[in-house]
Design a protein around this ligand. Sequence first.
Ligand code: FES
Length: 128
Amino acid sequence: MSDEQQTGAGLRALGVKAWAGLAPGWQPVASLSEIAQEEITPAWVGGHPIVLVRLGDDVFALDGRCTHQNAPLVQGTFVRGAIRCPFHGFSFDVRSGEMVWPGGGTPLPCYSTRVQDGRVDVWVEVLE
Ligand code: FES
């Protein structure tokens, strides 16, 4: 892996309260060594839960709460490139946040990531 690598589909809107007090920019969330391949790893950004999934050299960051009924996705499972919600089984593609099962629902917000010196950062914009 290069010293710096970016992945993810970019920030989608989240409630402003979750990000209050955070400066916009790259926020460190984990060490790369803490993130196992093809597993769901919890992390926090400014008090907001997110989940991280490592696929090869890429790390993907997504919102930690299901868009259906707010289930904690850290309790979900990783299945064939998607996070399956622990409550009702809805699944979200880790690369795009798209709901792949049952499909057509609200996608999961996902965030750009980078890896620098073994540290994983997530890009945060503070919404007005
Ligand atoms: S809360 Fe996630 S599928 Fe219902």
